[in-house]
Design a protein around this ligand. Structure first.
Ligand SMILES: [Ca+2]
Ligand SMILES: [Ca+2]
Length: 286
């Protein structure tokens, strides 16, 4: 019996050693936070230990319904600080908060067909920036404007501070979007592919040709070294893509990972688990 256990331990050690290839990023789980209600997106606030988490707060299949239920949580120091930091109330209704972004001192978030913003300190001054989207999903900023993906209309919009909109070519079923070193990237849910897209416009998205690796992509972030981190929601995994865009490797398998966020100072990866009502914290290392 003992020798069998020893053999098993040895085998699992071998598996870990084989998985850890030099130069590749790995994850170590730090914590699992619960209490959320259909969490979609985690946004670490640069230079602080605060993290915003959007909660769609919906019954099964009602994730895009204007149900008057939705809230934003705040984590601090890797723990829940306030579950319902911003919650829906008469006159300031939230229906299904999803993508989050900080831009010029305001917290922006998508909410079904709308783009909203408020004061990131206390949630005050909630207002509608733009409306009329199909399924407003992720947000990102290049420092000049807020960019929004619409998965239903398969569009990416640039939205200025005053709400003025401009559209650029986007892949069908566009979901996560992000900026890195002056370039813009997007993932498609429907086509399970990663793309470079062009903020200037006039140029079609350039696919990475990695669609065989994924099922339905949700979030995308880029590390300083150029490594892409993507969440495959229906594929139940978070993967890394080498900076050359050619090689995919799995970092962790977990249920329904949605729109991931990274604290680049501590290299903490936040993974909202949409169907599990949890957010898992990992340390990225290599
Ligand atoms: Ca809701
Ligand atoms: Ca995102």
């Amino acid at each position: 019996m003992l020798s069998r256990l020893r053999l098993l331990a040895l085998l699992s050690l071998c598996a870990v050693t084989l998985a850890a290839q030099p130069g590749r990023w790995q994850l170590r789980q730090l914590a699992v936070l619960d209490q959320f209600w259909v969490p979609e997106c985690a946004l670490p606030v640069p230079g602080t230990d605060r993290v915003f988490v959007s909660n769609v707060a919906a019954a099964k299949g009602e994730y895009w319904t204007d149900d008057g239920e939705g809230f934003i949580s705040v984590l601090a120091g890797g723990k829940m600080q306030r579950l319902r930091w911003l919650q829906s109330k008469p006159g300031a209704v939230l229906d299904g908060p999803k993508g989050l972004c900080l831009f010029r001192g305001k917290l922006y978030f998508t909410d079904n067909t709308r783009l909203l913003r408020c004061n990131p300190e206390d949630g005050s001054g909630l207002e509608v920036v733009a409306d009329g989207f199909g399924k407003a999903n992720d947000l990102a900023t290049d420092g000049d404007a807020v960019w929004l993906s619409d998965g239903l209309q398969s569009k990416i919009w640039r939205i200025a501070e005053d709400g003025a909109k401009r559209e650029i070519p986007a892949p069908q079923g566009v979901n996560g979007i992000t900026f890195a070193k002056g370039r813009m990237y997007a993932v498609s849910w429907d086509l399970h592919e990663v793309y470079e897209v062009y903020p200037i416009g006039g140029k079609d998205p350039r696919p990475f040709r990695l669609a065989d690796h994924f099922t339905n992509l949700d979030g995308i972030e880029v590390l300083t070294d150029g490594t892409f981190i993507v969440s495959d929601f229906m594929g139940n995994k978070v993967c890394a893509i080498t900076p050359d865009g050619k090689t995919v490797y799995t970092l962790v398998e977990l249920e329904s990972p949605a729109d991931i966020g990274i604290d680049r100072q501590t290299m903490t990866l936040y993974v909202p688990q949409f169907f599990a009502d949890k957010v898992v914290l990992f340390r990225l290392f290599r």
